[in-house]
Write a protein that binds this ligand. Structure first.
Ligand SMILES: Cc1ncc(COP(=O)(O)O)c(C=O)c1O
Length: 421
């Protein structure tokens, strides 16, 4: 098979491919404890609201026909787009209308479109890149560029808050800002660390983007205003050069593949055009299932009163268990501020995090090696091989067992090392 550069680039082994394969295999293989992927948990109240909504649609002939038998416009399902604009305008005070919103088949595909709109080769012969201001950052960005050398990123400042907790902060002084930056992108909360950028960090990043007249892409897949997996006191963020990417996945609809881009109408028109070329239209399922929840504001109340407490309780429990299991070892956990992950830093780890991942997999526990989460980082940094991402969204008894097995294995790894402390 003779492949083009595109064909080769997108079929070679990429972090996100091995992650999704592991995830799929683990869910198929009942023996592996799945603490690797970003699959949301199953929240009973959300499931029942969605089931009711599905029931209403299937009972209504016209609605059912629209659900399965009609292509939406390339900007996405009209009533949903209208309801979403109204929600953002009325509940959050953002100056947006339907012309500021487009849907995509999952927010993952929105990142592919946006990154390649703002980075790559330009007409004037220049080449631009996407700046990820703070690694660790989401593995799913890493291979989304159509050209090589697509991302540039920076190491964070590490604040050691207690002997066994730390927090990453954006190192503004170290940001590699030059004319080759086409856009900034951050996830808030951050996958993989559970970090939530502070309001001040957001303002500062936004200011940098405004000064340079480039967009700031804000990945709110876990964030505000929904699904609201945020456990610190921060505000939803909006600015007129912001491109906010939201998703219905972590609210409980990953299979419906619904991404929501909120941005300047010029950007929305471009997204709609790319949608038309790549997909004809985005799928309607997610949008139709939640339009009434958006209309009534229930998507916000469910997020704040049900979805967030569901994950926050799991986060606290997993955090406690991991601390108990690792007592006596030189470990630190990123303060769990959001999302559905614990980010574990094993200081002076005698093997690499990838080797540890393999050993854990043999014991039946699937996590993700931290080294994948530093896209665009040019300099070597041993920290990148000392971290694991642990997902706590699945069945609590299994997570508890997985954390126990993980702690045993980590003790065994340090036991052969003089650096145990
Ligand atoms: C930070 C982040 N952004 C975006 C996505 C993409 O999600 P989706 O394509 O399901 O909207 C994910 C998925 O796990 C994620 O973790």
């Amino acid at each position: 098979m003779k492949l083009s550069q595109f064909g080769k680039k997108f079929s070679q082994q990429a972090g996100i491919i091995s992650l999704m394969e592991d995830l799929g295999n683990a869910l198929a293989d009942g023996n592996l404890i799945m603490m690797g992927g970003g699959n949301p948990g199953f929240v009973p109240e959300v499931e029942s609201a969605l089931r009711e909504s599905m029931h209403r649609i299937t009972e209504d002939e016209a609605a059912f026909r629209r659900l399965v038998g009609v292509y939406d416009p390339p900007q996405g399902e009209k009533s949903f787009v209208k309801a979403m604009a109204r929600l953002l305008r009325e509940r959050l005070g953002w100056p947006v209308g339907p012309e500021h919103i487009a849907l995509t088949n999952g927010s993952q595909s929105a990142f592919f479109m946006l990154f390649n709109m703002f980075a790559g080769d330009f007409d004037d012969g220049t080449r631009r890149r996407i700046l990820l201001p703070m690694t660790p950052e989401y593995i799913g960005y890493a291979d989304a560029g159509l050209s090589e050398d697509f991302f540039v990123s920076a190491k964070p400042v590490i604040d050691e808050l207690t002997p066994h907790t730390f927090k990453y902060r954006v190192d503004f002084a170290a940001l590699p800002l030059d004319d080759s930056i086409g856009a900034l992108c951050v996830s808030r909360p951050t996958n993989p660390t559970g970090n939530v950028l502070t309001d001040e960090e957001m303002r500062h990043l936004s200011e940098i983007a405004r000064e340079r007249d480039i967009p700031l892409i804000l990945d709110g897949a876990y964030g505000l205003p929904f699904p609201s997996l945020v456990y610190t006191d921060v505000k939803p963020f909006w600015d007129d050069h912001l491109i906010l990417c939201l998703s219905l996945s972590k609210f409980g609809l990953p299979a419906a593949r619904t991404g929501i881009v909120v941005a300047h109408p010029d950007i929305i028109r471009a997204i709609a055009s790319i949608n038309a070329i790549m997909n004809l239209a985005p799928g309607s399922l997610g949008a139709m299932l939640v339009t009434e929840m958006v209309d009534s504001g229930q998507i916000l109340s469910l997020s704040e009163q049900v979805v967030r407490p569901f994950y926050q309780a799991r986060s606290q429990r997993a955090f406690r268990q991991l601390n108990e299991g690792l007592a006596g070892l030189p470990y630190s956990i990123h303060v769990p501020e959001g999302a559905m992950f614990l980010w574990l830093w094993l200081k002076d780890l005698p093997i690499t995090s990838l080797e540890l991942y393999e050993r854990l997999k043999k014991k039946g526990v699937l996590v993700v090696s931290g080294h994948y989460f530093f896209p665009g980082l040019q300099e070597p940094w041993e920290h990148t091989h000392q971290c694991l991402r642990i997902t706590y969204s699945q069945d609590e008894a299994l997570v508890e067992k997985g954390l126990r097995l993980l702690a045993e294995e980590v003790h065994a790894v340090y036991a052969v090392s003089p650096s145990q402390g």
